[in-house]
Design a protein around this ligand. Structure first.
Ligand SMILES: CC(=O)[C@@H](O)[C@H](O)COP(=O)(O)O
Ligand SMILES: NCC(=O)COP(=O)(O)O
Length: 250
C-alpha cells in the first residue's frame, strides 16, 4: 500500500495574506498540485484565518468538484460549532479533528481521547451523519488505551502527529527510534480497526523511513516542507518528488 499524498495549502495562503492581493492563489496552486498527481488537498482554517480563509473552502470544493472529482478534500480543525458548520457546508471527503486552541502557533499534540471523549464523539456523530470520514489527530506514542478510546469515538482513522519525528532531521539515531515508535502505534491502531494517516513536518528526506515503518499508511498530508521545496523546484515537481518519497512510481 502506498500512502496517498494530500497537499496542505496553509503555507500558500499565508504567503498570499502578506499583501491585500489575490496571489499566490490557493486555487491555482491547488490545481497544479492535483494536476501533478496529488491525491487530495488539505486545509486548516484556524479561527483567526491567519492563512486559510473561510472563503477558501468553497473555492477548493468547487475546484475538486469541477475539475478533479476523483480527488479528496480534507479539512482540519478544532471541532467548534463554527468549524463543524464550515465542514457541513463544504462536505469534504475527510475531516481531521485536532485539539488545537485558537492561540496555538501550530498543531503540536494529539488528543487525550479519554478526557476529550465527549467533544470528539459529538463532532463524530454530526460528521458521520453526512458520510464524512473522520480522522483524529493522535500523538505518535499514544497508548493502547488511548487508541481504544479513539476507536470507541466512532472515528474512522487517526492521524499520527509526526512533528517530533520531523524535528530530528539532524539526529539520525533519534529519527530511527521515533519512526519505530510511530510504527508500533500505527500497528496497534490498525489492530483496533482504525485507518492510519500521518502529518506534520514531513519531508522528502524523512518520508521513506516512515513509510517503511507503516506499510499500511493510508495518507500523508504535507504542506510546510512541500511548499518550501516548491520555492526551489516549483509546485508540480515538488508534488512529484513527494509522491516518489511516498513510494509511488512517478
Ligand atoms: C494538523 C497538522 O499537523 C497540520 O496540518 C496543521 O494544519 C499545521 O497548521 P499550520 O499550517 O497552521 O502550522
Ligand atoms: N496534517 C499535517 C498537514 O496537513 C501539514 O503539516 P505540515 O506539512 O505543514 O507540517
Amino acid at each position: 500500500m502506498t500512502a496517498r499524498l494530500s497537499v496542505n495549502l496553509n503555507a500558500v495562503a499565508q504567503l498570499r495574506n502578506r499583501r491585500d492581493l489575490p496571489w499566490p492563489s490557493v486555487r491555482h496552486l491547488g490545481k497544479i498540485a492535483l494536476e501533478a498527481g496529488a491525491y487530495g488537498l488539505t486545509v486548516h482554517p484556524r479561527p483567526d484565518q491567519r492563512h486559510i480563509r473561510f472563503t477558501d473552502l468553497a473555492v477548493i470544493r468547487n475546484l475538486i468538484d469541477d475539475e478533479f472529482p476523483q480527488a479528496e478534500f480534507n479539512i482540519e480543525g478544532y471541532p467548534s460549532d463554527h468549524f463543524i458548520g464550515l465542514c457541513l457546508e463544504s462536505e469534504p471527503e475527510q475531516v481531521t479533528l485536532v485539539p488545537d486552541s485558537p492561540s496555538q502557533s501550530t498543531s503540536d499534540h494529539g488528543w487525550d481521547f479519554i478526557a476529550d471523549a465527549g467533544v470528539i464523539e459529538r463532532a463524530v456523530i454530526r460528521l458521520k451523519k453526512r458520510d464524512i470520514r473522520v480522522s483524529l489527530f493522535a500523538d505518535g506514542d499514544a497508548s493502547r488505551s488511548q487508541l481504544e478510546a479513539a476507536r470507541d469515538s466512532g472515528a474512522d482513522r487517526i492521524e499520527l502527529y509526526t512533528g517530533p519525528y520531523g524535528a530530528c532531521y539532524d539526529d539520525p539515531k533519534r529519527e530511527v527510534e521515533i519512526a519505530a515508535r510511530l510504527g508500533e502505534t500505527a500497528a496497534i491502531a490498525a489492530e483496533l480497526g482504525l485507518g492510519v494517516n500521518a502529518g506534520h513536518d514531513l519531508t522528502v528526506e524523512n518520508l521513506p523511513v516512515l513509510a517503511q515503518q507503516i506499510p499500511h499508511l493510508a495518507e500523508v498530508s504535507i504542506g510546510h516542507g512541500l511548499t518550501a521545496d516548491a520555492l526551489e523546484f516549483g509546485m508540480a515537481e515538488s508534488v512529484r518528488r513527494f509522491r516518489r518519497a511516498c513510494g509511488e512510481t512517478v
